[in-house]
Design a protein around this ligand. Structure first.
Ligand SMILES: C[S@@+](CC[C@H](N)C(=O)[O-])C[C@H]1O[C@@H](n2cnc3c(N)ncnc32)[C@H](O)[C@@H]1O
Length: 263
């Protein structure tokens, strides 16, 4: 089970994760346990303040060490695990950029350890808190959001999808983009023929014939070729990465070249 404690000034935001879709089902099936602690409840002043003005002046506010530290300690005891069995992560635009390798890495850590995810707000948190209470910093990309809640949910969703029984159909995670170093192939569903301009031109878009053939080998070959062409056109860096790892075989190159000629 993925055991997570989140430190956030906006606990209600996490309903988006626990009350919808795959992540909701994972919570209901006890694959994941998420508890959100609000640092405001650990503030000892009468206004329950969690932030203060920055030393040195300048705009914005900074989250104070004390309420955050107490919230993290409460999260630690609620996990009931020793310190070394908990990974404390601060979501930060200055952290390591999350990608598939990072998700897999954190997923394997979470198999044996609890996670505490700390969401910043305002200008960020007092540096002394990061220096003493946080193990790792992770970013979801080179842009700045108003708070760490959405990044924490992005990270959690990515981790939950990877849990063995979280997805109804085990196959669907394996076929996702990046799993084999390539982008996913295109998908189609009913109807077989569809016109984008109702009553207008008689242009009709049809499902590729191979997908209706029932021939599993041909379908798998077509999907691989589509993935290769799509990756080459949209993300040539992924093809280069496969080559650098020695995973882009002459056979794959042949399938790609044949696909490019058809396109
Ligand atoms: C407005 S941001 C503070 C940004 C900070 N002043 C900086 O430039 O590095 C407030 C909080 O949002 C979160 N945050 C913003 N962008 C993020 C990103 N790309 N990845 C992860 N967390 C992010 C962090 O927790 C941060 O403390």
């Amino acid at each position: 089970m993925l055991r997570v404690r989140v430190i956030s000034l906006f606990p209600e935001m996490f309903a988006a994760l626990t009350e919808s879709g795959i992540t909701r089902r994972a919570s209901e099936h006890a694959l994941v346990e998420i508890e959100v602690l609000n640092p405001r409840e650990f503030s000892e002043d009468k206004h329950q303040s969690v932030d203060d003005r920055p030393y040195g002046g300048g705009p914005g506010m900074v989250m104070r060490v004390e309420p955050l530290k107490k919230a993290v300690e409460a999260a630690q005891s609620s996990l009931a695990l020793p310190r070394e069995q908990v990974l404390r992560i601060y979501l930060s635009p200055q952290g390591r950029r999350l990608d598939k390798v990072g998700v897999n890495h954190l997923g394997s850590i979470a198999e044996t350890k609890g996670l505490i995810l700390i969401c910043g707000r305002y200008e960020g948190v007092d540096e002394r808190f990061l220096a003493t209470e946080v193990d790792e910093e992770w970013s979801i990309g080179d842009y700045v959001l108003s708070g760490g809640e959405l990044p924490a949910m992005v990270l959690l969703d990515a981790l939950i999808r990877k849990l063995p029984t979280a997805l109804g159909d085990e196959q669907s995670a394996e076929q996702d983009s990046f799993e084999n170093g390539l982008l996913d192939c295109p998908h189609y569903t009913r109807p077989e023929k569809w016109s984008p301009h109702e009553g207008g031109s008689n242009e009709t878009l049809v499902v590729p014939e191979v997908l209706l053939s029932g021939d599993h080998k041909r379908i798998a070959d077509w999907r691989l070729q589509q993935s290769l062409v799509r990756t080459w056109l949209r993300r040539p860096d992924l093809i280069e990465a496969l080559k650098a790892r020695g995973e882009f075989s002459p056979e794959l190159n042949e399938i790609l070249q044949a696909g490019l000629q058809k396109n």
